[in-house]
Design a protein around this ligand. Structure first.
Ligand code: GLU
Length: 305
């Protein structure tokens, strides 16, 4: 496995040149465009990795999986899907059109920004600090890494430049889709996006999803089988922005990407995969990371379809 991963990194390193770093969050421009890494955790808990696997990056949209899980655990799936839909959009992740013209009140799904702001708003806690602790502690638990923390510079950068998310959140509030203080909810959303991980961390997270909610390395159940199933299904239909259909056809693995360059992919009953490559394609997915997943899927016959 290690040899295969090393070959994949080697073969796809050149592709990083064809994409671009995300620039709309200025701090993300500090990443190294050539970085590329991949980690696989099989369900016996074994870790295989290659390339720039210890490089840290912010979860960005991968954190939408965390807020969806916590929102369902705190509220039940009925209440969550009263507030957020479960249909793919075909539009970009931060699209305003979806809300204003197409559906008006309910964001299309929990993997676009509006939907994630709505699920983040549903997380219980007596204070904003407590809610963030919950998000952070959950992430630490499912990655088995207690050192995980927020990248303060990225957080500040997001908060300073996040006006589009501000627009989405105030629009949701005006329609009573979210309750509470909009700035507090946004602050929590910016913080969850700024949690810093590496490839191995997200591969571990994915291995828990692949294992139906049980941590492969300890046998502990952290989410129910049903929540794990719902999350993986939404990852298939909506996890790769408006390239989710193409990704399902060519790669066929439940996955969620983030503009920090990470892709978290869960192969049911087989393995968790984490890929990092901050050079992105036009849809916002790691350009070389997607290629690695394609080759890995072909090589090991990973498509669920
Ligand atoms: N923090 C980013 C935003 O809200 C996340 C976007 C992403 O990774 O897709 O714009």
């Amino acid at each position: 496995m290690k040899r295969l991963l090393e070959t994949l990194v080697e073969n796809n390193r050149e592709i990083t040149k064809k994409g671009n770093l995300a620039s709309y969050i200025p701090e993300l421009l500090n990443a190294d465009k050539n970085d590329l890494g991949v980690a696989v955790i099989t369900l016996d808990g074994k870790v295989h990795s290659a390339g720039d696997c210890s490089k840290k990056f912010t979860m960005q949209s991968i954190s939408k999986v965390v807020s969806l899980i916590l929102a369902i655990q705190d509220n039940g799936k009925e209440r969550v899907f009263e507030k957020v839909g479960m249909e793919p959009t075909g539009d970009s992740f931060n699209s305003i059109v979806n809300l204003e013209i197409k559906q008006k009140v309910k964001p299309y799904n929990p993997m676009i920004n509006a939907g994630a702001i709505a699920t983040t708003a549903l997380i219980y806690g007596v204070s904003e600090e407590e809610k963030f602790e919950k998000i952070l502690n959950f992430t630490r638990k499912v990655t088995g890494n207690n050192d995980i923390d927020i990248n303060k510079s990225v957080y500040k950068s997001e908060k300073l430049t996040g006006d589009r998310n501000r627009y989405l959140a105030y629009y949701l509030k005006s329609n009573n889709t979210i309750d509470g203080d909009v700035e507090d909810i946004l602050d929590l959303y910016f913080k969850q996006c700024s949690i810093e991980v590496n490839c191995i961390d997200i591969a571990k997270f994915a291995s828990m999803l692949a294992n139906d909610g049980i941590l492969p390395w300890s046998g502990e159940r952290v989410i129910s089988r049903e929540v794990s199933r719902i999350v993986k299904t939404i990852m298939v239909t909506c996890g790769m922005y408006d390239a989710s259909g193409k990704f399902a056809v060519h790669i066929g693995i439940p996955a969620k990407s983030g503009v920090g360059g990470g892709i978290m992919a869960a192969v049911p009953k087989r393995m968790g995969i984490g890929v990092y490559g901050p050079s992105l394609d036009k849809k916002g997915n790691s350009i070389a990371g997607t290629h690695i997943l394609k080759e890995l899927s072909d090589e090991l016959d990973l498509s669920i379809f």
